[in-house]
Design a protein around this ligand. Structure first.
Ligand code: SAH
Length: 347
């Protein structure tokens, strides 16, 4: 018998399931509280349930198993990079960062990724599988247990393309926001996409107050084609239209991520073209010095180039920041911790 993935169930489903089992519906609330407010990892700990119900749950359901395989801690700023093992032997990465405005966790939404961005380590072997909503929550619960603190913001910027795992990600967003769970405001959540335009419109229609980050990385289709295969499916014009629609619907500013790669997308002309394209949008550009990935040929732009690129955008009234590199002493580009572990056992 297939066990129920209980951590991915919402409150209404839990209540209905309890009724099916001949239990009062409020048992569903008690279970929800144990899982999403108290973050227990076994049914045994649910001490306000009868022993017989706990045994029944043990047989019929599972609390998504996830365990810490490695944790690298930055001596500079306390950033922690986690490697988690999931059921079935898959491994994923998550990151814990301390910012002035609170503790942030960056989670993965898939094991691997199938988007094929040329500079990214997560996509080298394609996608292994989607994560469940419970597995996304577990990354956060496990980290807050490990660090013993409240997580106040979450970014969906680890491995995987969140909009390529749409239903599970929507379920995750609803569970993490639930007032009887972590009760995290959607305003404190950022979802990053490489630009699945059709899905962006679906997401817009959910009418959530989530910050949308779009991985742009180029000022035009020609350069984007060289580094992001998704640009063959959706032109930049269509992508920017979708961004404008998202802002119109939600009132939220879009964050554009732009990883600077020497000689590829970091010239003055690129900065000016980008400013032209983003002119008049409620937007913010986050410049990211590209992380070197040893299987890939892209190199980080010099600090001087990055500052100049930022200055051009700022002069053209495009709000721009340069991403601070947290945890640079434990540096491992997106997906590299996992890769090293899988291939060479080198971390
Ligand atoms: N699939 C989603 C979210 C995961 S990637 C997306 O594409 O947005 C999170 C961010 O890291 C994206 O902006 C991605 O382009 C960027 N990224 C991937 N590899 C990188 C690297 N080597 N250096 C810098 N940024 C990288």
């Amino acid at each position: 018998m297939e066990q129920v993935d209980i951590l991915s169930m919402d409150l209404a489903e839990l209540k209905a399931w309890m009724k099916e089992m001949g239990e009062p519906a409020f048992r569903g609330e008690q279970i929800f509280d144990w899982l999403h407010a108290k973050h227990v990892k076994s049914f045994d700990e649910m001490t306000n349930l009868s022993k017989s119900l706990r045994e029944k749950l043990e047989r019929k359901a599972k609390i998504t198993p996830i365990s810490i395989v490695r944790c690298l801690v930055s001596q500079e700023d306390g950033t922690r990079k986690y490697l988690f093992a999931l059921e079935g032997g898959s491994v994923i990465e998550s990151v814990f960062m301390r910012y002035e405005y609170g503790n942030t966790v960056c989670i993965s939404t898939q094991v691997g990724c199938r988007m094929g961005c040329k500079f990214c380590a997560s996509t080298l072997d394609g996608v292994e599988r989607n994560l469940t909503a419970g597995e996304m929550l577990s990354q956060i619960y496990e980290i807050s247990r490990d660090v013993d603190c409240r997580v106040s913001s979450v970014v969906l910027m680890g491995s995987g393309e969140p909009l390529d795992n749409y239903d599970a990600v929507m379920r995750f967003l609803s569970l993490i926001h639930h007032e009887k769970g972590l009760n995290l405001s959607h305003r404190h959540i950022t979802l990053s996409t490489c630009g699945l335009v059709d899905r962006m419109y679906d997401f817009m229609r959910e009418k959530l107050q989530i910050t949308l980050a779009v991985s742009l990385h180029a000022p035009n289709d020609e350069i984007r084609h060289q580094i992001m295969p998704i640009s063959n499916a959706y032109s930049m014009e269509r992508l920017l239209e979708a961004c404008k629609a998202y802002t119109k619907e939600t009132g939220r500013r879009i964050t554009f991520e732009y990883a600077l790669m020497a000689g590829v997308n970091d010239s003055d002309a690129c900065a000016n073209e980008l400013a032209d394209r983003l002119h008049g949008m409620l937007a913010h550009v986050n410049l990211i010095p590209v992380n070197d990935v040893k299987e890939r040929d892209f190199n980080r732009s010099s600090n001087e180039r990055i500052r100049r690129f930022a200055a051009i955008l700022q002069k053209r009234s495009i709000e721009t920041t340069i991403r601070r590199r947290l945890g640079s002493d434990i540096d491992a580009a997106c997906g590299q911790l996992r890769r090293g572990y899988l291939k060479e056992g080198e971390v």
